[in-house]
Design a protein around this ligand. Structure first.
Ligand code: PLP
Length: 390
């Protein structure tokens, strides 16, 4: 779906407002976020799918409040994410708690808030939740996160559904899990959960996931275990090469695949935990050029933003489109780098930009997901207020 060529960053009035901001800062296009959420909501309700937003993609309070108004639930991977969700209006019965290493304190907190369910990743974790729930004689709904051994065909650092990954319970261990659950009296198994990776752009991968999930559902049916909730995780990718023409991911094709290939019975609810695809394109990191430095074969544009504000290029070699918002000069090539004392603190090599000078505003696009949440104060860096465009 096109975004009718309205890259808000091109607006001259916006640059005036930017000049009053401390840089670097995150810019959020809330109009685009709304359009995206509308699209997801409409399609999901057509198919009767439930959406839980994956808070870890962006836990900015303002963004969480916007998402809450659309009636979605949340998928949290820490106690503090649960706290942030509750503080921003999400009701406890729409909160799921996932994660391979939940601490006792986090489990206690989630129990005290009576969240909807825990997505459990090992037998030992189930035993611990059971013991902590027994302290207050609480009944807890759980889903088993199953590692389906399906290759997400994405960067290996964000592949999570292969046997070699640390996530979930392997299929061959499921009989043992069911045996053990017989004795864990506080726990009620109601769902199965999958999340095979992130930034998945080959939709065939999701067809493969459906076929594996169908086998697993069949197995549970044979064991006379009633699975009420099927949670298929997140993972839908965004187009980092085309933040304007592909501003809204193809949710329609994505949901259609699950609708076509997943064999659910009418009593089973189907859940998705979308993160990146919801918030990725609405955010940009805005930075100022500090210096232009000429070396033998390279011209460096040194920004006031670095890996401390946007870690993804250093962590996953990921691409973000880079735009100079201030210049319309002749095109040159720049290595666009940050100020941090690490060689990986580089946003792009040989990037074509209009002639770039000290003080120009630079936008790093598609930074709404896994951007602001991964900021650090390495080098004792400051964190600046975000800008919300409405
Ligand atoms: C990270 C994560 C998600 C969201 O993934 P996206 O690729 O951002 O959609 C969903 N579920 C779980 C369990 C996760 O860890």
């Amino acid at each position: 779906m096109l975004r009718e060529n309205n890259n808000q960053l091109q607006d001259e009035n916006l640059l005036d407002s930017f000049s009053e901001m401390e840089t670097p800062f995150y810019f959020y296009d809330l109009k685009l976020l709304h359009k995206t959420l509308n699209e997801v909501q409409t399609l999901a309700s057509n198919y009767d799918f439930d959406i839980h937003y994956a808070v870890k993609a962006n836990s900015n309070d303002r963004i969480l409040r916007e998402i809450e108004t659309f009636g979605f639930g949340v998928d949290c991977v820490s106690g503090n994410e649960i706290r942030a969700a509750i503080n921003n209006g999400f009701s406890a019965d729409k909160i799921l708690f996932a994660g391979v290493g939940k601490s006792d304190n986090e489990i206690r907190y989630a129990l005290s808030q009576q969240i909807k369910a825990f997505n459990c990743e090992s037998i030992q974790e189930m035993e611990v939740i059971n013991a902590l729930a027994a302290e207050n004689n609480q009944q807890v709904e759980i889903a088993i996160r199953i590692n389906p051994n399906v290759d997400a065909k994405t960067h290996r650092y964000i592949t999570t559904g292969l046997d070699e990954n640390k996530f979930g319970v392997n299929q061959r261990d499921l009989p043992e899990v069911l045996d053990r659950l017989q004795t864990l009296k506080q726990l009620k198994l109601t769902g199965i959960h999958f999340h095979i990776g992130s930034q998945i752009v080959d939709l065939n991968v999701f067809k493969g996931l459906c076929l594996r999930v169908n086998e697993i559902l069949q197995w549970f049916a044979e064991q006379q275990v009633n699975i009420q909730h099927i949670n298929l995780g997140g993972g839908l990718g965004i187009d980092y090469q085309a933040p304007d023409s592909s501003a809204i991911p193809d949710f329609s094709a994505y949901f259609a695949i699950f609708n076509k290939f997943l064999n659910r019975n009418p009593e089973q609810s189907v859940h998705f935990e979308l993160g990146r695809s919801i918030v990725g394109q609405c955010g940009s990191l805005i930075s100022k050029v500090l210096y232009i430095k000429q070396s033998t074969n390279t011209t460096f544009a040194i920004l006031d933003a670095g890996m401390t504000e946007l870690l993804r290029p250093a962590l996953y070699q990921s691409y973000h489109q880079i735009e100079n918002l201030s210049s319309t000069g002749d095109i040159n090539q720049y290595d666009v780098v940050g100020p941090i004392c690490e060689t990986t603190d580089c946003f792009g090599k040989s990037v074509k930009l209009p002639e770039t000078r000290r003080g120009d505003f630079i936008a790093l696009r598609s930074a709404g997901a896994y951007g602001e949440v991964m900021t650090s104060n390495y080098n004792l860096r400051d964190k600046n207020e975000a800008f919300y465009f409405e």
